[in-house]
Design a binder for this molecule. Sequence first.
Ligand SMILES: NCc1[nH]cc(CCC(=O)O)c1CC(=O)O
Length: 313
Amino acid sequence: MTQMPDTRTPLRIGTRGSALALAQAHETRDRLMAAHGLPAEAFVIVPIKTTGDRVQDRALSEIGGKGLFTREIEDALLSGEIDIAVHSMKDMPVAQPGGLLIDCYLPREDVRDAFVSPHVDGIADLPQGAVVGSSSLRRRAQLLSRRPDLHLVEFRGNVQTRLRKLADGVAVASFLAMAGLSRLGMVHVARSAVSPEDMLPAVAQGCIGVERRAADARAAMLLSAINHADSTLRVVAERAFLARLDGSCQTPIAGLAELQGDRLRLRGEILRPDGTEVIAGERVGPASDGAAMGDDLAAELRTRAPADFFDWS
Ligand SMILES: NCc1[nH]cc(CCC(=O)O)c1CC(=O)O
């Protein structure tokens, strides 16, 4: 039985229901409409609630980390309830379930973290001993490595919730991804953008990826027209780096690949959660070698890490 691309049945686009997720789904739909000259009616956006959306009171790392925002959406792909799924690649496990794949990445947004504070301009301006809100293992560890004097408190919820906590004085500053703020039209919420030299972003931060059933020829055809080659090269390198380190979701990991002409520069680091140790390295090579570079850099950092580095229990 051959599968002919069907252009009459609307393509069902699965997404989380958050404002950011919906904005990402709409961006994907708009790019598909433009690339194929299709009307909005050719698509249906299907919001799906995930475990990660339901749990608001605990650190994500405590309840299982990556995968919490994707499992239900991947189940819907596998069962045929949706045809494609739009994800923040930062939240995606390195491997997809059998039968699914991600080979479409949109042009990448700002990769940097945003420094958010009503009074303070940036990390260097934080008063001695200041209280900072973040539930991100990576941001907490990176911050403590530079500023061991700071006190970290858990901070979750949407942008409004965080701004209210800051206004209430729960913390003097917090961090978000510039990409999320930008996609929500809320860049003004950032007091400043943190340079990757000061805080290396999470692997794939700012990148939207679109997942599909491996055997779905129509989805493959539609998505191939909106894949962004540069984003793909970068995210493939970063995720190869992550894949070799991912044994423990308790290890803070950061990674960023940047294109310099036809060369790729990949930086990566792993940290102790309390920031007392940072192991960092980089690779520069042909852009087409990203996966090998990521794997190789991760192997180097693993070798340099002390025996107890990956064991926090
Ligand atoms: N961990 C949640 C998450 N996943 C992706 C983004 C932002 C958008 C992106 O990086 O693509 C965020 C929020 C944040 O870190 O502020």
